[in-house]
Design a protein around this ligand. Structure first.
Ligand SMILES: *[C@@H]1O[C@H](CO)[C@@H](O)[C@H](O)[C@H]1NC(C)=O
Ligand SMILES: *[C@@H]1O[C@H](CO)[C@@H](O)[C@H](O)[C@H]1NC(C)=O
Ligand SMILES: *[C@@H]1O[C@H](CO)[C@@H](O)[C@H](O)[C@H]1NC(C)=O
Length: 653
């Protein structure tokens, strides 16, 4: 993703400041108008002669036969591996012949040189599964992917290791790290390129770079790094917005130029513009939006089925290759949800349902069936595959939890917290410098007696302010609330608990470090004494037996709640949805799996999707852990229901 080219482009432009590329016509004009240098004649195929993806005229050619791609996006990192097959089969059953996935660098190298390619992170197994299900693969290895993921898929530690790194440029540090990462990735994926016998036919260079910059040396470098791994075993392509200013800024010789747009765009007009620069070569809408992303505090974004199907038909009639973005969206589990910055900082919701043809739980929707019917008329492959139906869901009812630990209590500090260091001065170390990816950071110092305005110009992102352990309010980035009047005694302790709400994934605020990025001032004077810094990474939670004696007072800091539940006997665990109504804001873990952020008062997402494979069948007990940052309801209960609530818009903003 990501350009709102379908619905209200201008409106989104204004709100997300996406217009930059569109108004930078000057850059584009400096390019030669010959966008596409697809030169099938000079490609040398020396590996497996029978495995040959190439471009001839306006067609992709696979082993000498024209191939029309109708693909669906499905990100393996947004669902448990146990469900990959099911979703891939449903893609196939809709008549699609390919699956597109980004590869998320931070998912595989969450910490520097600690690579993870097992289980849910086994991207090669995902690609093999696609092949076994009869699907081609469009690989989008970025390394920048946007995708509404933390830091656009880059690992956060890049920002800590290199305080001056310039992501998405020819900056030496950035290029060096990119080369190391892609070499590791292609150890996994090289055997799966088409020319080597695998299903990967296309590999994307960068990602909508034309919406960010237009630096040809950088694009060439990105292309060359990939080319070195891909060779002639798959074709390279770029994806950019449909306006010439965007696709010219994003194109690079040696890669096919493709464009992206949604259902309200006129197909003929869109490709007419591309054809002016690319007289020959396959046409492709490489991100066709059947739905859209949602931020906290918005209404649930939806795209109408009729328009999606009719624009799809237009593209199929005109022999255009298509990739739905998303066909199945999934979820932003753990701390992987990103954020956008328009008029202000706005985090992405946990669900990535996307109003896609397959819902967050993988169920076919009316949009799915309509697309499948349209595809049948165009003679695609899946005519005879039975129509999928929604799976059963568990309405497992209420679970009562008990308050276990106050985060700011001494027990909370010693069990969940981690003391980093004391620093002196007004410059505080950020999450990245301390090498903490997500969770919370606690900065504490002494105050003198007085009353005044506490001000933090650069909160990243939500800062709870406590004086002597008592909540005074919050300073936050989202609503641009940067000051708070407080009172203190001699030697009062000021505690600033900072929540990282997700690094920006798009645009020019990308280098989004977390913590407190400006001096903390009190009555106009920087607090530059000694600060104690501790973190709550919340990566793995233990089980805590003690129950807080008194009822938890969230005015004294966040509280971890815990409870257990058992599923009905004689039944395999089903997918279910956890209804967070009545709770404030926080995170939920089930059997150690972080389901992501909840924030029902703001909405529109109210339930968290729970994959059944993360639950234990009876008689085993399941553990529910809730870290509540703000306000627990009178009864400490959350309920498992059998349907999602993603559209409860409130007056929150
Ligand atoms: C690959 O396909 C192209 C176009 O169909 C053809 O010109 C070329 O000879 C093929 N190469 C091999 C090795 O089969
Ligand atoms: C506090 O912030 C508000 C805007 O949120 C601003 O109008 C006001 O001037 C600030 N107060 C001080 C003392 O800086
Ligand atoms: C929310 O979604 C449900 C299920 O699709 C639907 O029945 C309901 O009308 C929607 N509510 C709003 C406010 O859009």
């Amino acid at each position: 993703m990501h350009l709102r080219l379908s619905m209200g482009f201008l409106a989104l432009c204004l709100s997300l400041a996406l217009c930059a590329a569109g108004t930078r016509g000057g850059d584009a004009a400096s390019f030669e108008p010959a966008v596409v240098q697809v030169d099938s004649t000079t490609r040398s195929y020396n590996k497996m002669a029978s495995r040959n993806i190439s471009i001839v005229g306006d067609n992709f050619m696979l082993d000498g036969q024209p191939l029309r791609i109708v693909s669906g996006s499905l990100h393996y990192f947004r669902l448990p591996a146990a469900y990959w097959r099911d979703r891939l089969r449903k893609l196939k059953a809709a008549g699609l012949n390919a699956v597109a996935t980004y590869v998320e660098w931070s998912y595989h190298e969450p910490e520097e040189r600690q690579y993870m390619f097992e289980g849910d992170r086994d991207v090669a197994a995902f690609v093999r599964a696609a092949a076994e299900e009869g699907l081609h693969v469009l690989l989008r290895p970025g390394p920048y992917i946007c995708a509404e993921r933390d830091l656009g898929g880059f690992p956060y530690w890049l920002l800590g290791k290199y305080p001056n790194i310039q992501l998405r440029t020819t900056d030496n540090d950035f290029i060096k790290e990119t080369e190391i990462w892609l070499a590791k990735l292609f150890e996994q994926l090289t055997p799966l390129l088409y020319g080597n016998g695998g299903p990967i036919i296309l590999v994307q260079v960068e990602n909508e770079y034309g919406s960010y910059g237009s630096d040809m040396p950088y694009k060439e470098k990105s292309r060359d790094i990939l080319k070195q791994h891909v060779g002639d075993n798959a074709l390279l392509y770029t994806t950019d917005g449909l306006y010439p200013s965007m696709f010219l800024a994003g194109q690079v010789p040696g890669a096919l130029t493709t464009i992206d747009f949604g259902s309200t765009t006129d197909v003929t007009q869109a490709f007419k513009a591309l054809r002016q620069y690319m007289p020959v070569g396959p046409l492709m809408n490489s991100e066709y939006y059947p739905g859209w992303l949602t931020h906290w505090g918005e209404s649930f974004q939806q795209v109408g089925t009729d328009a999606v199907v009719s624009t799809l038909r237009d593209m199929l009639r005109q022999h255009i290759n298509v990739n739905f973005y998303m066909f199945f969206g999934g979820s932003n589990f753990e701390f992987y949800a990103g954020a956008n910055y328009g008029s202000t900082y706005t985090p992405d919701i946990t669900s990535y349902d996307y109003d896609a043809p397959l819902s967050e739980a993988g169920d076919p929707t009316p949009k799915y069936y309509a697309i499948r019917n349209a595809m049948k008329k165009f003679n695609f492959e899946a005519k005879d595959i039975p129509e999928p139906t929604p799976s059963s869901k568990g309405a497992y009812g209420s679970v009562t939890v008990s308050p276990r630990i106050g985060l700011l209590s001494s027990e909370g500090r010693s069990t969940l917290g981690k003391k980093y260091q004391d620093v002196t001065g007004s410059t505080l170390p950020n999450f990245e410098k301390l090498r903490q990816r997500g969770g919370l950071m606690l900065y504490e110092t002494k105050l003198n007696k007085g009353e005044g305005v506490l001000e933090i110009k650069k909160p990243r992102d939500w800062i709870y302010v406590y004086v002597d352990g008592e909540l005074k309010g919050a300073i936050n980035r989202m609503y641009k609330k940067l000051n708070l009047t407080i009172q203190s005694k001699t030697d009062s302790v000021l505690s600033l608990l900072v929540e990282n709400q997700g690094r920006i994934n798009y645009g020019h605020h990308l280098h989004d470090r977390k913590g407190i990025l400006s001096p903390v001032t009190y009555d106009g004077k920087a607090l530059d004494g000694t600060w104690s810094v501790s973190g709550y990474p919340l990566e793995a939670l233990d089980h805590y037996d003690t129950v807080l004696q008194s009822s938890p007072d969230l005015a004294n800091g966040p509280v971890l709640f815990e409870g257990e539940f058992t599923l009905p006997k004689g039944q395999n665990p089903l997918d279910t949805f956890l209804d967070t109504t009545g709770w404030g804001r926080g995170y939920v873990w089930i059997n150690g799996h972080n389901l992501g952020r909840y924030w029902p008062g703001l909405g529109p997402q109210v339930t968290l999707y729970v994959p059944g494979v993360w639950l234990r069948a009876a008689p085993a007990a399941n553990r529910l852990q809730i870290l509540e940052l703000e306000a627990a309801p009178a009864k400490y209960v959350m309920e498992f229901i059998d349907y999602p609530i993603l559209n409860r818009t409130t007056s929150g903003r």
